[in-house]
Write a protein that binds this ligand. Structure first.
Ligand code: GDP
Ligand code: MN
Length: 387
């Protein structure tokens, strides 16, 4: 679950990381009013879940009300790499002496938290990592100990932070580690972590991703997911406890088990199709769950055909068939479905589907056959008689 910059900064502030205070607004009038409150010069910042806002023209300094108004009206509604700007963050502009970089994430291969720091901040950190890797300090943290102050000081020194801000950088790293650990974040990144002319160390940007599966431990963070940036279908799926990820194609996909769903996406792509979503119905999917899943898939208007790929184990194919029949009775989908049932009670499942005479449900025995059929159906071609 990715957070907007200003939401990330709220978490930073909670853990004692220095940030500028400001206000999130959605209209030009509110932007101008907020600018007056925080005091000029201000910085007007697009709040979208994508980096590189500065280069795209989504971060602008304003010296007075006229400029604040101009920038706010230009940035609101702007498209930044496919993300429409609906919210602005207005904060008092900082003077910058130096821009550093800091982040904490889980290094899956080392199975340890990884703290990264560089004095080459502000720019593309991937470029630093590629062209001058020696300038990006990578430090693994022993989980039980956490990031100690001593280690943080060493990281700041190794990275070449200015001598007079070693303490400030170390404080920031320790606080950032606490954000990462305490909030169950998967990523906590500051780029740039600035040093002001007064030698204060401060987070000018925030990129935080929270682990959605740990959100139940942070009821106070629940509301962050209600941001308008989250896809409404994904949000609904989350509330229902269904693993759903929206994709940009036109073939709805449902399978049971994340691995099977991923292979299904691959096979559909190989057959020349483009999946509209990832949906894992999980194990033991009963009729009610299947109905919910069908509703989620069809909530996406782009869907032209749907593929159900069920490998019966704990999940019984006859249950899935019953769920599908119940869903059809209520929803009456207009798009065709291809259903591949294999495994526990598959014969019974296929028999139920056949007897139900749903009209636009096509049976398939193998995954490849199912993929070819659904791709053809999505393209408006005929594939023979329904199940
Ligand atoms: P990003 O481009 O999406 O990473 O957005 P950032 O929040 O990192 O802002 C991009 C750049 O704008 C920063 O690297 C700074 O150089 C500049 N910037 C942002 N806020 C301020 C500010 O308060 N004062 C000054 N002088 N520059 C700023
Ligand atoms: Mn940035």
């Amino acid at each position: 679950m990715d957070l907007l910059e200003y939401q990330g900064k709220q978490l930073f502030a909670r853990h004692g990381l220095k940030v500028s205070s400001g206000e999130a607004v959605t209209t030009v009038e509110d932007a101008v009013r907020a600018a007056g409150v925080v005091g000029y010069p201000v910085v007007v910042k697009a709040q979208v879940l994508i980096g590189g806002r500065g280069k795209a023209g989504g971060v602008k300094l304003a010296a007075d009300e006229a400029q604040a108004r101009e920038h706010a009206s230009n940035i609101l509604g702007m498209d930044i790499h496919g993300h429409t700007v609906r919210t602005l963050w207005i904060e008092h502009a900082s003077d910058i002496a130096t821009e550093y970089y800091a982040s904490v994430l889980l290094d899956r291969s080392a199975k340890l938290p990884l703290v990264m720091f560089s004095v080459e901040g502000g720019v593309d950190i991937e470029e630093v990592a590629e062209k001058s890797p020696e300038k990006l300090i990578r430090h693994h943290v022993e989980e039980l100990e956490g990031l100690t102050r001593k280690e943080a000081v060493q990281i700041a020194r190794d990275g070449g932070a200015d001598a007079d801000v070693i303490d400030g950088v170390a404080d920031a790293l320790v606080a950032l580690y606490e954000v990462w650990l305490g909030e169950d974040a998967t990523l906590a990144e500051i780029n740039p972590l600035i040093v002001t002319p007064e030698r204060e160390v401060k987070a000018l940007d925030a990129k935080v991703s929270l682990d959605g599966n740990a959100l139940f431990r942070h009821p106070e963070n629940q509301s962050l997911s209600d941001s308008e940036n989250e896809d409404p279908i994904e949000r609904r799926a989350g509330e229902q406890g269904v693993q759903y990820v929206k994709l940009d194609g036109d073939i709805g996909i449902l399978g049971n088990g994340a691995g099977l769903v991923m292979s299904t996406l691959d096979v559909v792509a190989q057959a020349g199709g483009s999946p509209a979503n990832f949906l894992d119905a999980g194990g033991g999917s009963d009729a009610e769950k299947i109905k919910q899943a069908v509703e989620l898939i069809l909530a996406n208007d782009a869907v032209k055909a749907v593929l159900f790929n069920i490998f019966g184990g704990i999940t019984r194919c006859d249950e899935v068939a019953k769920g599908l029949i119940a869903a059809f009775a209520e929803i009456k989908p207009s798009v065709p479905f291809v259903v591949r049932l294999d495994g526990t009670n598959d014969v019974e499942g296929r028999r139920l589907l056949q007897e139900a005479e749903l009209g636009n449900v096509y049976a398939a025995r193998t995954m490849n056959e199912a993929a070819e059929k659904v791709v053809a159906l999505a393209a408006g071609q005929s594939v023979g008689a329904p199940a």
